[in-house]
Design a protein. Sequence first.
Length: 134
Amino acid sequence: MLAITGVPYQTLNLWAKNGLIEPSIAGAAGSGSERVYSFRDLVALKVAVALRSGGVTTKSLLRVIRFLQAHTEYENPLSEARLVVTTSDVLLVKSGEELISTLKKPGQSYLAFVVDLPQAVIDVFEAERKASAA
């Protein structure tokens, strides 16, 4: 499991026990039994590791998951939601122009857009070329 997800067994065990990410195929049924994770579970584990590496605490990660479960229709939020991590928040990408806070101000909507710098440079160059030709 470590090779696929980057999650050590002890962490996997803790996350399953505290309900952070539980296996959807088969949970542990006592000593010596194995948890069986689906492909979606593995993706969720990989996303959780990325969020943890990005500075999101385990407690905050649990809050993000709970928010997504309560406010979206995702069956497995970490394997379905598009998320953006900032220095102080985890944002759900609702559309190309709307982000929703899941941690700092849960439910707070932000408008967002990306400025296409290469296109802006081309536009200025083309406008300048046309002005010079006139």
